[in-house]
Design a protein around this ligand. Structure first.
Ligand SMILES: Cc1cc2nc3c(=O)[nH]c(=O)nc-3n(C[C@H](O)[C@H](O)[C@H](O)COP(=O)(O)O)c2cc1C
Length: 267
């Protein structure tokens, strides 16, 4: 209750653009863990991927938790998956996914892919590792190469969450959201926090508010099936590129070519 009273107080300050994010230095540590909430029912089903070796205790999972509070408030069903080590290994570049629709590597990737396919939303959460996403998230993204060729997550909505020690989060969040677009996911926004600028283990009240509102927005946009023009145009450009690729590679990559025939009416 105290949490929502405080959020209402914060709301009175007024909405700030996510890109301007000033740090108000009001300390807050999330009390609830987002990990392993069950998926079910008719509510929006959201899969979140936390790609940090620090797992659910890390800064990124805790910022994601703030986003999930907003999504939960709107009735979403949540499941969070932790990529801490090498449970999703790097792509071997064997092209089998393009040929057969499945990666031959025996790890968690295919299970995670199926969970995302069965969900309505996908949130990616990563720490800033040398001006980019963590190796865990990059491995996952690379393994999605077949998903990207087919934009196989089309129809889902998503968001990006980033934390860093010293900054540079926006280009990383933009990259994550661009990746989402190439999988067919429609991103609704992002949130980030610079931990070095904050008292140990805390987020600013403004960051908490932005995170909470991002979670709410994700569910509302999904409920309304709203589309953002900028996302739609980027997705259309990318889809055209993949369509050309499929025509060019139709004999080499039969699974993907057939996917386009079945799902997109490609001749
Ligand atoms: C290998 C490594 C690379 C990092 N690179 C950067 C960086 O380039 N810029 C930055 O601001 N912080 C960097 N950091 C700090 C993390 O982004 C920051 O501590 C983040 O909040 C960690 O999130 P986590 O607790 O969820 O793992 C790096 C940390 C590690 C371990």
């Amino acid at each position: 209750m105290a949490r929502y009273n405080r959020l209402n107080e914060i709301r009175k300050i007024g909405h700030r653009n996510i890109e301007d994010c000033p740090f108000l230095r009001v300390s807050h540590v999330s009390q609830q863990s987002p990990i392993n909430h069950e998926i079910g029912g008719n509510a929006m089903k959201i899969i979140s991927i936390v790609a940090s070796p620090h797992g659910k205790k890390g800064n990124t999972a805790r910022l994601l938790d703030e986003v999930l509070q907003g999504a939960r408030q709107q009735g979403a069903k949540l499941e969070t998956l932790l990529l801490k080590g090498d449970t999703v290994r790097p792509c071997r570049g064997c092209d089998r996914c393009h040929i057969s629709g499945r990666c031959p590597q025996k790890d968690d990737f295919e299970t995670i892919k199926q969970k995302i396919l069965a969900a309505d939303g996908l949130i990616l959460a990563s720490p800033n590792y040398i001006f980019s996403v963590s190796a865990q998230l990059k491995a996952f993204m690379d393994r999605c190469c077949g998903v990207v060729h087919c934009l196989a997550f089309e129809g889902k909505y998503g968001a990006a969450v980033v934390t860093s020690g010293g900054g540079d989060e926006k280009p990383i969040a933009d990259y994550m959201n661009h990746f989402l677009i190439t999988t067919g996911v429609h991103p609704v926004g992002s949130v980030w926090a610079t931990m070095g600028a904050l008292p140990e283990g805390t987020f600013s009240a403004e960051t908490c508010r932005q995170a909470f509102e991002l979670g709410e927005k994700l569910v509302k946009v999904w409920q309304q099936k709203k589309r953002f023009k900028r996302v739609d145009s980027a997705m259309a450009v990318f889809k055209e590129r993949m369509q050309w690729l499929m025509t060019y590679r139709k004999n080499d990559w039969p699974y993907e070519y057939q996917y386009w025939q079945t799902h997109r009416g490609m001749p």
